[in-house]
Design a protein around this ligand. Structure first.
Ligand code: ACO
Length: 325
């Protein structure tokens, strides 16, 4: 059976930076409140690029780095909760933008767990016989935010990151995995609900649905269910936290990372962090973190490192992959 390997990583964020102080000018908040509760200092907010534009930039970069032409790509999966449209999918738009005519392409919706769910899926596509694919997490969450709601508007940002996956591995890419969903708790984090035909039923037209969140419930979910999930996945692989080079967790909140490290008995310094620069970019947060770590030399794609990738968010969804780089 062919083994998948991550052969390239890349990320792209829009140029426009919005600091906490900038937000304090348009809503009742402060850098002190935001930074002390979340670890976020700034976020990138797009002015004229949509989700498929950010994702296509990542796709082009992956091709350039790998010295491949677009028609050598078999599939493109884009994990996103902020697609340009329901139809065509963001992945289809990316396929056209980068000219990957041979690739089949689709979006995967699992909120902040999206990249982890997509990488798991893509690994199975490679095992099934495909040669090469792209897995991209891309979000323009700024278009789903209610800028008058300070409790959510300060948390999120726009960006994209992704990997090139090829069938050139000499060992399994994913040593162990554990993906979970609990739809019964879905109401604690919602966005873009589509109402039944209001005019036809004589109801007033509903206002657009922005991201809504029960912050406390999500915080509790993150610090209770998620470390348990990581622990169970480590046990499946007969590994201990000290066997892991780095933990790449969804970048929602630095206090969540502090609690996770404590619960797992793992060194906090092994939990990579960049939400100070980007805010919470949902499905893009883990691939941006990975791409940055490869770029700054913390991680190499050829050093036989073991990393934990854990996503958690709307659905509710959560899941861990233990990955051999
Ligand atoms: N600036 C200033 N004050 C604010 C802001 C803000 N941006 N937002 C809320 N407040 C106020 C509230 O109005 C409230 O005031 P009150 O006491 O007068 O009513 C006070 O601050 C405390 O509000 P809480 O919501 O209780 O604040 P909390 O300490 O729980 O922190 C936070 C909120 C940071 C969202 C926290 O609940 C959290 O970290 N939750 C985890 C959820 C998360 O990170 N979600 C990201 C998306 S989901 C995901 O990616 C998994």
């Amino acid at each position: 059976m062919p083994f998948a390997k991550i052969t390239q990583t890349a990320h792209y964020v829009p140029d426009n930076i919005v600091s906490n102080d900038d937000l304090a000018k348009i809503m009742d908040t402060s850098d002190e409140w935001i930074y002390s509760r979340t670890g976020i200092k700034q976020r990138h907010i797009t002015v004229d690029e949509n989700t498929s534009d950010l994702a296509a930039k990542v796709g082009e970069q992956l091709l350039l780095q790998a010295d491949l032409s677009a028609d050598q790509i078999d599939f493109i999966i884009v994990a996103t909760i902020s697609p340009d449209s329901s139809m065509p999918s963001t992945a289809a738009l990316v396929q056209a933008k980068i000219g990957a005519h041979r690739a089949f392409a689709y979006d995967l919706t699992a909120a902040c767990s999206g990249f982890v769910f997509a990488l798991s899926t893509a690994e199975k596509l490679i095992a099934g016989g495909y040669t090469r694919g792209m897995v991209i997490g891309a979000e323009v969450l700024s278009k789903s935010l209610d800028w008058s709601d300070r409790s959510t508007a300060v948390l999120f940002g726009d960006g994209a990151g992704g990997v090139l996956l090829e069938n050139t591995g000499t060992k399994p890419l994913i040593i162990a995995e554990h993906l979970r969903t609990d739809g019964s708790r879905g109401n604690s984090l919602t966005s873009n609900h589509l109402e039944l035909q209001p005019e036809l039923l004589g109801r007033s037209k509903p206002v657009a649905e922005f991201i809504k969140m029960d912050g406390r419930a999500i915080f509790d979910f993150a610090v209770r269910d998620v470390p348990k999930n990581i622990q169970e996945t480590l046990e499946k692989a007969s590994l201990k936290p000290e066997d892991i080079d780095y933990f790449l967790l969804h970048q929602a909140n630095s206090r969540i990372l502090d609690k996770m490290a404590k619960k797992l008995g793992a060194e906090r310094s092994k939990f990579l962090q960049n939400m100070q620069d980007y805010g919470n970019t949902s499905a893009a947060s883990i691939p941006i973190l990975l791409s940055e770590a490869v770029k700054n030399g913390k991680l190499s794609l050829d050093r036989n490192s073991k990393i934990v990738q854990t996503g958690f968010g709307g659905g509710l969804t959560w899941g861990t992959l233990i990955v051999n780089l």
